[in-house]
Ligand binder design. Sequence first.
Ligand SMILES: Cc1ncc(COP(=O)(O)O)c(C=O)c1O
Length: 419
Amino acid sequence: MASDAPLEERTEGRGTADRGFDPADRLAERERRGLRRDLTPVADVAARSPIADDPGADEPVFDGPEQVIFAANDYLGLADDERVQRAAAETAREVGTGAGASRLVTGDTPAHRALERDLAAVKNAQRALAFSSGYATNVGVISALSPDVVFSDELNHASIVDGCRQAGAETVVYDHCDPSDLQARMDERARATRAGTDESWLVLTDSVFSMDGDVAPLETICDVVESFGAWLMVDEAHATGLYEGGGGIVQREGLSDRVHVQMGTLSKALGSQGGYVAGSESLIEHLLNAARSFVFSTGLAPPAAGAAREALRIAREDDAHRERLWENVARLRDGLDAAGYEVWGETQILPVVVGDRKDAMALDDRLREHDVVAPGIRPPTVPEGTSRIRVAPMATHTEDEIDRCLAAFREAGRELDLV
Ligand SMILES: Cc1ncc(COP(=O)(O)O)c(C=O)c1O
């Protein structure tokens, strides 16, 4: 209730301190550290599109030539597929544009249930649950499991790191893709806690790593995890839809029944938005009660669920998109190798490692001058000395576009003395 006392009396003792924030100063600090980023508007989410400079609060102007985009995670090109777009529109008409409430109130629709049945079938799990983003899935699932200790690959995605923080779990980081280091750290913990039998342990790994394009040795990780009686959660964000029956690496390796928690996104190869988790009936029932990012957030938008379901159907039934993607990946990888670049990884993500951060950003700029968009990635996103261009081909790139990308790399590399 407002007081009638004079202002001086009401504010006495509070001093003249400024308790607000200075975002301009924080931005300047970011700029000084070379960490300031801008947005790059695209006219369409597709393999090719005009792009615009960041207009701030104004309307973007797309007046330049069309660029070939090697920067999206829409690996199968399904965000631009008529069937998927039609499914989104039909779901919006039949169910609504938004869920209107948390799934636990009145936001649980047939569109969500149908998608979840299909996801469970693809992931060979009893049941699946869709969240409003992959980020929300990782944070919600890890904190709802509330493990005492997590063992986490050093290159796991930021949403896993944030999930571990929110869970308040003691986090043990193991060397990237190294099951023997994982085993050593689990052994150490078991010894330190006299076999640690009353602690709950969760091992976390991406299956395909988003910046290195490599694949976790899941079978050996399963062996290690099982030998300690722990649980394994695998993030299939960059694999879902690309492997056996539209599944991920867990399906390619035949490990569905050895991974306790399978997580992924609808926002990459499925060309939509949202995240999912798949596992046992009791796990899903627990999560829909306890994952705060599920309980206290409006349900995934029904058109996104409808689009993801149609994209999943295409990924399951139609090999053509996947075949085109892997052909494009092979052509690009061979061409970059032949041009003298160092290309890491073994998947659709091609990290072209140039080392120095300035070289990587200069190469990014030169590629844009050749109408090719492929982002430079530098520390702290990747370790010092491994700055790179992350090249992500799509199924919908033509051979000619792959060749244009290669020509741009060859010319830009020569101009900058990198190859
Ligand atoms: C490995 C990994 N997990 C989770 C996410 C988060 O997914 P979403 O973009 O759907 O929030 C990402 C997104 O970049 C990712 O790369």
